[in-house]
Design a protein around this ligand. Structure first.
Ligand code: HEM
Length: 143
């Protein structure tokens, strides 16, 4: 990402990044097949697990990972660190049998969440799309 694109992504992400539980709930609600991959939540009613400590813990891990990658974006010097983190994420998820289609579902749900909860426009949307394209290129090469 350019520094300008990274600033747009950061500005939008800052509005949602403390809503960890709501973000994961939105992903699970839109795509139950993603919830079904989590041993702690598979087969359970979303409403019954959403308030649990385990749910908050998982949500915080996922959202913190995204925050870390975004914080490293927009700077060529930290691009290798992003590649390392994302390659490790891809390998962990490959071992769990997560598919490209599921990653694309996650992208749709997360983009919908951010676009409805942060100020959004064509420039922000384009920056988010570029960010996902960059990260998913690494993930899909390793999945
Ligand atoms: C665990 C991030 C997409 C299923 C995790 C963890 C992080 C994370 C940080 C905890 C660290 C680890 O164990 O690797 C992300 C990000 C995603 C993504 C940033 C998208 C860009 C998905 C998708 C699925 C999925 C699409 C399923 C369809 C899981 C499962 C775990 C996990 C099953 C392990 C939960 C457990 O410990 O029981 N994810 N994830 N993830 N993720 Fe993801």
């Amino acid at each position: 990402l350019t520094a300008d694109q990274a600033a747009l992504v950061k500005g939008a992400w800052d509005k949602v990044k403390t809503s960890e539980v709501e973000i994961l709930a939105a992903v699970f609600s839109a795509y139950p097949d993603i919830q079904a991959k989590f041993p702690a939540f598979a087969g359970k009613d979303l409403a019954s697990v959403k308030g649990s400590a385990a749910f908050a813990l998982h949500a915080t891990r996922i959202v913190s990972f995204i925050s870390e990658v975004i914080s490293l974006s927009g700077n060529p010097a930290t691009a290798p660190a992003i590649t390392t983190l994302v390659t490790e994420l891809a390998n962990n998820h490959k071992n769990r049998g997560v598919t490209q289609a599921q990653f694309n579902e996650f992208r749709t749900a997360l983009t919908n969440y951010v676009s409805s909860n942060a100020s959004w426009g064509d420039n922000v949307a384009a920056a988010f799309n570029q960010a996902f394209d960059n990260v998913y290129e690494i993930i899909f090469a390793n999945l």
